[in-house]
Design a protein around this ligand. Structure first.
Ligand code: BG6
Length: 510
C-alpha cells in the first residue's frame, strides 16, 4: 500500500521508494533470494521504483565473490522473473550488487559485512539507511538479530534508518513467537519490524480493503443480519515437493492457517479502519483475531478436521502419498489438510460461522473467499424452482487464479417462469491490461518507504498463535489414527464435509 503510515519512523510517500539505501539480504545464496527476491528487485528496477543508487549486499555462508553473486542473480532472474532481462537495466542494477560471506552467528563474518557496508555506502554516496532482509531459516533469526544488536552497540550503527524484514514462519507456537518478538524488540522498535506474510502483498488481497471500504453498498450488508456464513478455501494441487523436511515439522495449520488464512479472515471481518495506514488497519485486524472464540478442550475434535493425503491422481498425474515424499518419515502424523469452523464473537459477526479449509494435493489450485448471504425472507416462487428454498446470493472473491469477484443471484430464465442462478463477474484480466506486480515487489517497496500496513504486527502474530495454540494442544492430546485419510486429488477427508454439512451447508465447488 502506498499510503502515509502513522507508525513508521520515516514516511516518504510516493509510488517509488525515494530514500537512498542499502538492502542487506541474509540468506543471499538461498532459494527465496533466487526465486522471489532477486526477480522482485529486478522488476522494481525495470519500473524505476527503486531508490537511486540502491545497493544490495548479499550475505550467507557460501563463499561467493561479488561477481559470482551477480552471475547467480542474473541466471535466477532469467529463470524466475515475470519479465525478460533488459541488458541496460540489468547492467545498472547488477553494478549495485555486492556480496560478503560468513556464518549467521559469527561475529567475524558480521564484522566483515559491516566493513563492506561502510565501503559500499561511501563509494555509492548513499548514506546509512539500511533494510535488513532475513531470508533465512527461522532457526537463525535470533542469531542474526543478536549480531545486528552487537554491531549497533559497538557503534556500527549508521545515521539513517534501520529496518528489518522477517520471513515466515514467525514462531512455531505462541511461546516461540513471543520469544522471537522479545529478541527482535531488544534491537529494533516495532515500527521498524516488517514481518512478511506474502498473501498481504497479493493485489487481490489488498483489494479486499478497497472493495469493502471504497464502495458504499457493501458495508451495510456486511454483517450478521445479512451474512449467513463465510468460507475461506486455500487449496493447492501440489504436494510438499522438496520441502518435506520443513513441512513435516509444520503441517497445514501452522503453514497456512496461522498466517495466510488468519490474515484473510481479519481483512474480511475487520471494522472500517480510521485511515489506511499501518496503525489503523492493523489495530482493526488484531481486534478480529482477539474476538475469535477460543476452542475448549472438547471442542477441538468437533470444530476442526485434520487430513493427510495418501497416493492418488491429481490433474491426470499420479501423485505419491505424503509419507512417500522426500524428507517425510514413514509414519508421519503431520496434517496436510485442515478444516475449521470458527466464530468471531463481535457485535458484527456474532453467530456467523467462518469455515476455513486448506490442503495440499487437492484437485486444483484455488484461493477463494465466499460470503454467502441469507436468502430472501419469503418464498414467492415455489412452483418455479426445484429446491424447497431459494439459492442464496454468494459473493466470491477469487484471490487466485482467475482473479476477480463474482456475485451470484437468481434470475428468470427467458421465455420460462423458472429461476436459475447467474453471476455478475469482475475479472482482473478483462478489466486491466497491466500485469500486477508480484507480492514481493509490493512488499519490498512498502518496506523501503516505511509503510508497514501490509506486514503483520507483533500483537497480530501472537493473537493468531493464541487461536492456533488451542487446536495444537487438542490435536497433541489425541493423535490422528486414520492417516492417510484422503486420496491425493480429492477435496480432503470425509470429516471435512461432515463439519459443514452438519450445519446444513456445503463447501463450495471450486
Ligand atoms: C507458503 C507455504 O507460505 O505459501 C507453502 O509455506 C504454500 O506451503 C505457499 O504452498 C502458498 O503460496 P501461494 O502464493 O502459492 O498461494
Amino acid at each position: 500500500m502506498t499510503a502515509q503510515t502513522a507508525t513508521s519512523t520515516t514516511a516518504p510517500v510516493s509510488d517509488s521508494a525515494t530514500d537512498p539505501c542499502t538492502i542487506v539480504i541474509f540468506g543471499a545464496s538461498g532459494d527465496l533470494t533466487a526465486r522471489k527476491l532477486m526477480p522482485a528487485l529486478y522488476n522494481l528496477a525495470l519500473d524505476g521504483r527503486l531508490p537511486p543508487g540502491l545497493a544490495v549486499v548479499g550475505y550467507s555462508r557460501t563463499k561467493w565473490s561479488n561477481d559470482v553473486f551477480r552471475e547467480e542473480a542474473r541466471s535466477n532472474v532469467e529463470k524466475h522473473s515475470r519479465r525478460p532481462i533488459d541488458p541496460e537495466v540489468w547492467d545498472s542494477f547488477a553494478s549495485g550488487l555486492f556480496y560478503s560471506y560468513g556464518g549467521y552467528d559469527d561475529p567475524e563474518g558480521h564484522d566483515r559485512l559491516n566493513e563492506k557496508l561502510r565501503e559500499v555506502e561511501a563509494e555509492r554516496g548513499i548514506g546509512g539507511n539500511r533494510l535488513y532482509y532475513l531470508a533465512v531459516p527461522p532457526t537463525t533469526f535470533v542469531d542474526i538479530i543478536e549480531q545486528l544488536g552487537r554491531a549497533r552497540s559497538q557503534g556500527a550503527a549508521t545515521e539513517g534508518w534501520s529496518r528489518v524484514i522477517i520471513e515466515k514462519p514467525f514462531g512455531v507456537d505462541l511461546a516461540s513467537a513471543r520469544e522471537l518478538n522479545r529478541a527482535v524488540h531488544s534491537v529494533f522498535s516495532e515500527d521498524d519490524v516488517y514481518r512478511i506474510d506474502h498473501y498481504l502483498g497479493k493485489e487481490t488481497v489488498q483489494n479486499i480493503i478497497v472493495f469493502r471500504f471504497a464502495n458504499g453498498i457493501m458495508e451495510p450488508i456486511w454483517n450478521r443480519r445479512y451474512v449467513d456464513h463465510v468460507q475461506i478455501t486455500v487449496s493447492e494441487s501440489l504436494g510438499v515437493g522438496h520441502r518435506g523436511n520443513y513441512y513435516d515439522g509444520s503441517g497445514a495449520l501452522r503453514d497456512m492457517i496461522q498466517n495466510h488464512i488468519m490474515q484473510l479472515l481479519s481483512l474480511i471481518a475487520m471494522e472500517p479502519p480510521l485511515a489506511i495506514d499501518g496503525r489503523s488497519v492493523r489495530d482493526e485486524k488484531v481486534k478480529v483475531l482477539n474476538a475469535v472464540r477460543l476452542f475448549d478442550d472438547d471442542e477441538v475434535a468437533i470444530e476442526t478436521v485434520r487430513g493427510q493425503y495418501g497416493p492418488g491422481w491429481v490433474a491426470g498425474e499420479e501423485a505419491p502419498a505424503y509419507r512417500a515424499e522426500a524428507g517425510v518419515p514413514d509414519a508421519s502424523q503431520t496434517e496436510t489438510f485442515t478444516a475449521l469452523r470458527l466464530f468471531v464473537d463481535s457485535w458484527r459477526w456474532a453467530g456467523v460461522p467462518f469455515y476455513l479449509r486448506t490442503g495440499k494435493r487437492l484437485p486444483k489450485r484455488s484461493t477463494e473467499i465466499a460470503i454467502t448471504f441469507k436468502t430472501a425472507p419469503k418464498l414467492l416462487f415455489h412452483d418455479f424452482i426445484d429446491e424447497p428454498h431459494l439459492e442464496p446470493n454468494v459473493l466470491s472473491i477469487r484471490i487466485q487464479p482467475n482473479e476477480g469477484i463474482s456475485l451470484k443471484f437468481l434470475t428468470k430464465v427467458p421465455g420460462s417462469p423458472r429461476l436459475r442462478p447467474a453471476t455478475m463477474d469482475f475479472l482482473y484480466g478483462a478489466s486491466f491490461v497491466k500485469q500486477a506486480p508480484s507480492a514481493y515487489e509490493t512488499l519490498i517497496v512498502d518496506a523501503l518507504q516505511g509503510d508497514a500496513t501490509l506486514f503483520t504486527r507483533s500483537d497480530e502474530v501472537e493473537a493468531a498463535w493464541t487461536i492456533m495454540e488451542r487446536v495444537l494442544d487438542g490435536w497433541r492430546s489425541s493423535p490422528p489414527l486414520d492417516f492417510p485419510n484422503y486420496e491425493a486429488g480429492t477435496w480432503g477427508p470425509a470429516a471435512a464435509d461432515e463439519l459443514i454439512e452438519k450445519d446444513g451447508r456445503k463447501w463450495r465447488e471450486l
